[in-house]
Design a protein around this ligand. Structure first.
Ligand code: HEM
Length: 249
C-alpha cells in the first residue's frame, strides 16, 4: 500500500520552476524504474555512483578554474577553490561508506546487473587522473621557476609560508585525498566482495593497491624525506634520550 502511494508520488513530475530550472524530471529518472530494481539496495548503489560522478564533474570544473587562476597568480582565489575541491574529495570519501550498509548478498544480486562495467571506466575519475600533470606544470611555471624558487627553498632553507608554499600544500592535500579515496574504496571492496575477488573485467582486485600507492606530486613527498635526512644529520639515526637531561626532569 505505502509502496503504491509513494511510488506514484515519486513518479509524478511537478511542473514548478524549481524542478524546471534544476531539470528534476530528467535527474530523477536517471535511475532504474522503481518497480524494476533487483532489490532494496540497487537504488542506493546507482545513486551513490551517480552522485560521485556529479561531484567529480564539479571538481574537474573547479580544477580548470584553478589552472587558469594559477596562470594569472590569483593566489587567494585559487586557495579558496582548492578548499572547495578538498571538501568535495572529503565528501566523496565519506559517501563511499553509505554502501557499507548493503549486505554482501544484496551486492551479489546487484553485481549480476552490471555486465562487465567497472569503476575504472568512470568518466569523472579518468579525467581527474589526467589533471595532476597540468596542475604541476602550471604550479612549477608560476610559483617555482617563475619566482626563482625550488621546492627545497619554499619548504626549508627559505621557508616563510609564502604563496608558493601555500599552493604546494594545497596540491599535496589534493594528492593525499586522492590516495585516501582509493584506499577507502579498497576497504569498501573488502567489505562487499572480498579482496581475493576478481573484477568484472577479470582483473585481480589487489591490483587496486598499486593505485593507492600512486603519488601525483612526488617532489612534494620527497622533500619531507630529504628534510628528515638533512635535519637528522645533526643527531644521526637514533637520538640521545632526553629523559636524563636536567631541563626535562
Ligand atoms: C560495493 C561497491 C563497490 C565495489 C564492490 C567496487 C569494486 C571495484 C572494483 C573491483 C574495481 C576494479 C575494477 C577493475 O579492475 O576493472 C573498482 C574500481 C574503481 N571503482 Fe569501485 N566499487 C564499488 C563502489 C564504487 C563507488 C561508489 C565509486 C565511486 C566513484 C567507485 C569508483 C571506482 C573507481 C574510480 C575505480 C578505479 C580505481 C582506480 O583506478 O584506482 N567504486 N571498483
Amino acid at each position: 500500500m505505502y509502496r503504491t502511494k509513494y511510488f506514484d508520488l515519486l513518479n509524478t513530475p511537478t511542473m514548478l520552476d524549481y524542478g524546471a530550472y534544476l531539470n528534476c524530471e530528467r535527474l530523477l529518472t536517471c535511475q532504474k524504474e522503481l518497480d524494476k530494481l533487483c532489490n532494496g539496495d540497487e537504488l542506493q548503489f546507482q545513486i551513490v555512483h551517480q552522485v560521485e560522478e556529479l561531484w567529480m564533474k564539479l571538481m574537474i570544473y573547479s580544477l580548470i578554474d584553478i589552472l587558469e587562476g594559477m596562470q594569472q597568480s590569483h593566489t587567494l582565489k585559487v586557495l579558496n577553490l582548492w578548499k572547495r575541491v578538498h571538501f568535495l574529495q572529503t565528501m566523496m570519501i565519506q559517501q563511499l561508506d553509505l554502501l557499507e550498509t548493503m549486505s554482501p548478498k544484496d551486492y551479489q544480486q546487484i553485481r549480476l546487473q552490471l555486465g562487465n562495467g567497472s569503476g575504472q571506466e568512470s568518466p569523472g575519475f579518468r579525467i581527474l587522473l589526467k589533471m595532476p600533470s597540468d596542475l604541476w606544470q602550471v604550479f612549477d611555471e608560476v610559483y617555482l621557476t617563475g619566482r626563482g624558487k625550488s621546492v627545497e627553498q619554499i619548504y626549508d632553507s627559505e621557508y616563510c609560508h609564502d604563496d608558493s608554499y601555500a599552493m604546494a600544500e594545497a596540491l599535496i592535500e589534493f594528492d593525499e585525498l586522492l590516495q585516501k579515496f582509493r584506499s577507502h574504496h579498497v576497504y569498501l571492496i573488502q567489505r562487499s566482495i572480498g579482496l581475493e575477488a576478481k573484477s568484472l573485467k577479470g582483473r585481480p582486485v589487489e591490483l587496486l593497491q598499486n593505485g593507492v600507492r600512486q603519488r601525483f606530486f612526488p617532489a612534494l613527498w620527497d622533500i619531507r624525506n630529504r628534510m628528515t635526512d638533512t635535519w637528522g644529520g645533526e643527531y644521526g639515526q637514533v637520538r640521545e634520550s632526553i629523559s636524563q637531561c636536567p631541563m626535562h626532569r
